[in-house]
Design a protein around this ligand. Sequence first.
Ligand SMILES: Nc1nc2c(ncn2[C@@H]2O[C@H](COP(=O)(O)OP(=O)(O)OP(=O)(O)O)[C@@H](O)[C@H]2O)c(=O)[nH]1
Ligand SMILES: [Mg+2]
Length: 366
Amino acid sequence: MTPRALDRRTLARRISAVENRLPGSDAILREAYGNPGSARVIGITGPPGAGKSTLVDALAAAWAIEGEAVAILAVDPSSPYSGGALLGDRIRMDRSAAYPSIYFRSLSSRGHIGGLSGATADIIPVLGNARFTRILIETVGAGQADVEVMNLADCVLVVSVPGLGDQVQASKAGLMEIGDVYAVNKGDRPAARGTLAEIDRALATRYMGQSGVNQWPQGATPASTVRLLQGVEALNARHGDPSTESSTWRPPVLETVATTGAGTAALVDATEAYLQWAHSTSRIERKRHEHVRQQLLRLLTARLIEPFVSASGGDSPLDYSARRIAAGLASPHEMAEQLVAPALRDLRLAAGIVADLESRAGTGGV
Ligand SMILES: Nc1nc2c(ncn2[C@@H]2O[C@H](COP(=O)(O)OP(=O)(O)OP(=O)(O)O)[C@@H](O)[C@H]2O)c(=O)[nH]1
Ligand SMILES: [Mg+2]
């Protein structure tokens, strides 16, 4: 299925409007959030040069052949000056370029109040609303912005490569916590098997005695891999706690050669299996609700704090208050109370706010 009668130019204009909060973007978002379609979001992350773009290209083509309408979002958290890298991505997208149902878009703007992840969060429903069924998001596996973007995905695919060495892999421990499916790319290199076994062992340590709903085989558990498994809570949040939940997903580890496409069919299957499971256990639904809550919280925080930090001419209320604290006139706690008390009164930020919103909705106010 090709996207709804929304031509590429209209879609690009909508995304730019949302990305940069241009006039009209709220109308676009209202429609998109209310009618987000049935898209599944797949995040692809991993170290620089692992072959993520090549793999995304192969995966997009594989999904397109199966009749999916695929959107690719290349997100660059590192800097807005990355024209070179993104141009490189375009050049490597030569397989997917053959399919009219594949749409490519890069994103490096910081014009959005929620930063890169805020912009990505808004663009996902816009793509879903345009009837894309698979949205692939590529980021470079480095830093908090990357993790935030990956949090928006229904399924996170971590791409690793042979030969990075135990040290480097360990320093990328963050990546070992966020994957739903692991791919060891560059399987044509001799060291690929070793890397695959290492990741598998690391996961086996975590899932000891638990086969997982998908029954992936487990290996031994050498102590050296334990350090890869810090941040147990983050892992549990994604996969369910193996010790308490009756239904657990044990992330599979697969070998690929992105340049030839070898292993990509199995990777598509594993991803689809995860998505099926996450849907059937309502994880996708719960996570999406949580995303919107988090986004609202970010926007509320930014809006409510703004009057305190902005200064028209002289001191901001925050600077003024800091000076009063330094002069011994109030404790920080007392100062915060004083600052917020009138705002709370005015905004009626108390019980009853939902009733107020509902009554306004009833009269067409919201
Ligand atoms: N030998 C081999 N080379 C590969 C494979 N997959 C990708 N490459 C090559 O690895 C290089 C990097 O590939 P990219 O797809 O740009 O990797 P990336 O992870 O997107 O890179 P960044 O976005 O810059 O982090 C390119 O020269 C690819 O042709 C593979 O399976 N085997
Ligand atoms: Mg890339």
